[in-house]
Design a protein around this ligand. Structure first.
Ligand code: PLP
Length: 301
């Protein structure tokens, strides 16, 4: 089955079909409690980008929430089968695991298998142009919970911040805790350049351990660009020389305005551009090393 671009293919507990026909129980704990975790993976010319890293983070999230009895090998084969069925060689994959279906009660149900959902859609890379020109962001209070290192499907703090950014005509919201610490963005990791040194929040429960963040830090080290994993404070934000965000779907995106004011000289900064281009080169090299998903026409490299 090949579905047209724009359509979303779903796999619910192993059953593949168009997303508009897929159903889950109203008693699914993801639905009533937000009791679940997720991953977003990009398929790049038939290759699952950074899949080992995503799989490690998925496993970590499951352990952190004590969601047990999930056959990860089966989930992986369902992922490959759904991708193959979609026929998309450039795709965005959403993977979700919830604690399963049970009568509504807060504490964990016993003997309930997790529910899994895989969604596959074409990835159009709508930020490609902004990676050249740079994009705008706003600041917003970080209203999220105390375990942002878990990729939980509870995303209300991020949803409200992203909506505020959208209404301001911006791509993202830079989140600031009540104590003035700048954490990350609503759905991406945040980096600044201060005095020639890259700054980003250290890995702790206040931020998601971003996969792109990890790769970009490695690229920066390889390029001998100094980096300090120390949180910025809100009062420092106005004077940073460069700002950029990273995520699976946005890649390395220069940020050129913050709350309507220019960042640095209002253009993508030199260190940001080096890392943006370095990331694209890293991806090309990684593609050559990564086998394409079986049965998926891999397209040109
Ligand atoms: N931080 C948050 C809060 C996110 O939601 C995301 C992506 O969804 C990221 C960072 C970027 O993570 P990754 O690079 O793994 O996509």
């Amino acid at each position: 089955m090949t579905i047209p671009t724009g359509k979303i293919l779903a796999c619910v507990n192993g059953v593949i079909g168009p997303a508009e026909n897929a159903t889950v129980s109203v008693l699914d704990r993801g639905h009533v409690f937000g009791d679940g975790i997720y991953e977003v993976v990009r398929v790049d010319k038939g290759r699952l980008h950074g899949i080992d890293r995503h799989w490690r983070r998925l496993d970590r999230s499951l352990r952190a929430l004590q969601i047990a009895n999930l056959d990860l090998d089966l989930l992986r084969s369902q992922l490959d089968a759904t991708l193959k069925a979609s026929g998309h060689t450039d795709a965005m994959v959403y993977l979700q695991v919830t604690r399963g279906t049970a009568p509504r009660a807060h504490a964990f149900p016993s003997d309930t298998p997790p529910n899994t959902l895989i969604l596959v859609q074409h990835f159009g890379d709508d930020k490609a142009h902004l990676r050249q020109t740079g994009a705008g962001v706003i600041t917003h209070p970080d209203l999220r919970w105390a375990r942002c290192d878990i990729k939980s499907i509870n995303l209300l703090g991020s949803v409200l911040a992203a909506e505020a950014a959208k209404r301001a005509g911006c791509v993202e919201a830079v989140l600031i805790k009540e104590d003035g610490v700048v954490t990350e963005c609503a759905h991406s990791s945040l980096f600044a350049v201060v005095d020639g040194i890259i700054r980003t929040h250290p890995l702790d429960p206040r931020i998601l351990p971003g996969i792109t963040r990890e790769i970009v830090l490695q690229i920066a080290a390889d390029m001998a660009i100094p980096c300090r994993q120390k949180a910025l404070r809100s009062e420092e934000l106005g004077s940073v020389a460069e700002l950029f965000l990273t995520s699976t779907t946005a890649k390395v995106l220069p940020l050129v305005t913050l709350d309507g004011k220019p960042v640095g000289d209002g253009k993508p900064g030199p260190i940001t551009c080096k890392l943006r281009d370095g990331f694209e080169a890293w991806e090309r090299a990684d593609r050559l090393k990564t086998p394409s998903v079986a049965g998926l026409n891999s397209g040109e490299l």
